[in-house]
Ligand binder design. Sequence first.
Ligand SMILES: Cc1ncc(COP(=O)(O)O)c(C=O)c1O
Length: 391
Amino acid sequence: MTEPSAADSDLATVAPATLVVAAGRPPRSPGAPVNVPIELSSTYAALPEPSAGYGRGQNATWSAFESTLGALEGGDTLVFASGMAAISAALHLAPEGRAILAPCTPYNTTGACLDELAAAGRRVIRVPIDDTAAVLEALAGTAELADRGGRLDPSDSVDMVGLLWLESPTNPLMEVADLPVLIDAARELGAIVVCDNTFATPLLQQPLALGADVVVHSVTKYLAGHSDVLLGATVTRGDEAGRALHERLLTHRTRHGAIAGPFEVFLALRGIRTLHVRFERACANAAVLARRLATHPAVTRVRYPGSGAMLAIEIVGDGAAAERVAASCGVWLGATSLGGVESLIERRRRYPGESELVPEALLRLSVGIEDVDDLWQDLDRALGVGFRTGH
Ligand SMILES: Cc1ncc(COP(=O)(O)O)c(C=O)c1O
């Protein structure tokens, strides 16, 4: 007999630290496992009513992860093969004939997808996402908005924004968007709002509660948290409009086959169980490092939004000096990606695909959960190497 407890429906009022541990568990019955099994099945015995019991559309391990992240973000989740698979699916939601408004410097592969859409004839407008006035102006087409007392008729203009893409903070410039204001303004226009919540995680911000339509994640990062899987996710609101978007994203995932392996999703579910403690520690470390870096003689600018575990620093000297700093670290690993337990350091402009708006001597730091003084001493020493050899 199933015990009535800790079903996901009973978790509506618990705190995130409890949710990450308790959501997405098998029903409590005598002898039941505490963890959902890794369901390895490409097909399922037919049900009486016709329905596609096929592994491209369903998997119990996916469902457990999806209900856990859904509970955290406050919506319905779909897990995808990678963050980019989720992002591609979300970009497909952009209404025909209307513009996409997006940050000048989102994650660079998201930027590449937007460039691809623009090359294929979509109108894509790029704005500095931390400049709220500029975004509002671009959103509305200020003159037209004023003429109509704040409202546009969707049939009026092919340039009207149909999808607002938000990423906050952005990777790697750490720009913060004014989510409540921008989401409200976009919804006034009937635009779909998508927010990449990878850097903040649902522990710091929940865009759906602010009215966003879709949250996307690179689950690869904080949610899975151990640099051992690539995965992505979309999350949509539980209301009627949200459910319609969820259905479209599900159809996209199934048709395009952007599906995750059950083993990877099991690892992500195991990882998300410790999200709260990992992130708390990483954020505390980042706050200490940001404060110390602010007065370091080799550092000209610290980009730290005041929360989260990502930082970017600009250093005295050129790209080569920044490369030397990354290469001189011993505790920090010179590597791409972010959000794992280990601290990573990387000069973003080493990649040809990175935006020219990103300074040559910018180092992105993904702060991990190690001892903060070990992290500081290592970085301080490496900054000294870059500084001395550069001058
Ligand atoms: C903010 C952000 N969104 C999306 C992605 C893409 O995710 P994935 O690498 O899982 O495809 C990344 C990857 O670095 C990212 O930093």
